[in-house]
Design a binder for this molecule. Sequence first.
Ligand code: PMP
Length: 395
Amino acid sequence: MFSHLPPYAGDPILSLMEQFQRDERSNKVNLSIGIYTDGRGVVPVLPSVRTAAAAVAEVGAPYVYLPMEGHAAYRQAVAKLLFGADLPSAEHLAIVQTLGGSGALKVGADLIARFFPQPTIWLPDPTWDNHVGIFEGAGFKTERYPYYDAQTKGLNFEGMLAKLDSLPKGAVVLLHPCCHNPTGVDPTRAQWEQIVDVLEKRGLLPFFDLAYQGFAESLDEDIWPVREAVRRQIPFFLSNSFSKIFSLYSERIGALSVFCPQAGQAANVLGQLKLTVRRNYSSPARNGALLVAHVLGDDKLATQWRAEVEEMRVRVRDMRVKLASQLKSAVPDQDFSFLLRQNGMFGYTGLTSTQVDRLREEFGVYAVGTGRICVAGLNDSNVARVAETMAEVLR
Ligand code: PMP
């Protein structure tokens, strides 16, 4: 019956994780997967979430189904967090709870594929690998626009803008509002203004994917391009994830928002989103929604959580500074300042795949073959060794 099924080659990053777990070296370091670990190298349970979990357990509500669109208080709290003072009314905003950021991308992709036949999505080159998997899986053709410039280890802004400016009306364009995965390279505010100008002028359909809100500058600054699209009345999709910024990876909690400038359209969009959910998994899970809704719905806890996000952001920034300065001391003829210009958990190091292999095989330091490292996996106990071993393969 199943003899025609080929073996699954495995996900490149998740396979590295498995290999890391089997590695018996005590000084091994995992910088491959996108997980935030704290200064002790542990995935934190945020104190605000711990308080919320106790409150949720205390209530002990029965495990009834959530509606297709998710938990009402959660959806409201998330909309407020995302849009702040620019929060559109329900006439203009359709928002559903999703299974993490991935679930939001999938529900959005399915909806677009159903109503816009033979869709193409334009992805940054490079992008998070699973963007390709999710959109192609939903029936999209995937294309690329220039993004990373390996020469400058920065943004190829001219290339990006020129490409976007050549796309047909209605073309779907995936944009990372902050902390670009995998490069850590983000447009500046002035560059974003020009990008939004092109989106508006050409009538493109942005699909913003926000997995790291608060890890670049702040919760409000990092979502600026999305809020600017609201101010300019540009329709868009927005997927957001609480995996990293609430450290709730396994709860699979996120949301998909669709902004509809024309009043009244959000009701039908919401209806179709519900149908998409119904056809896929019927309704989302509750626990993550209760935790996030509890934190965001309580002023004191929400303030505490904002400080916890800031603490994570600052810790990762501090690790960038330490890594760059230790690399500079070890390899003085090379420039590592690009590491300081990157945002968020990830960074492109410029290491080749051969150098990455050497790092892993000789030293037990795990990075992704593209040279991507998860800076959030560094801490005071391993950063010196990572810098030394990176220097060793770079020399
Ligand atoms: N988009 C991007 C850019 C990501 O980096 C990730 C997580 N690695 C996701 C979406 C998916 O998030 P989640 O784990 O919440 O599904």
